[in-house]
Design a protein. Sequence first.
Length: 124
Amino acid sequence: MIVRIDFNSDEALYMQLYNQIIIGIANSDISEGENLPSVRDLAEDIGINMHTVNKAYSILRQEGYLKLDRRKGAVIAIEADQYKAKQELADELKVLLAKAICRGVGRDQVHGLIEEIYNGYGYE
């Protein structure tokens, strides 16, 4: 798993790691049942604090993307609750769409962008 952390970004390091793992799952770079590196190993590999990796893993576990197994460590295990996922998506989209509207981004541009991003994950 290749992780790129932007130490100059305003985004928190744990969120960058969290987002990259989610995108890796969506891109099929990381598969169901696949082990992630241990907290210590990943922290050393990318040069960040172990607590930062642990926080990202903890959020991923809480949101149903990851299970912690005493023998295997962190394992991708997606719990698919489509109703909950749709509700969370709607909540996040409300804010993103409000920002887009405030900045003059039109409906067709939003739809085109969503199609482009969705297709980029290999789902058409």
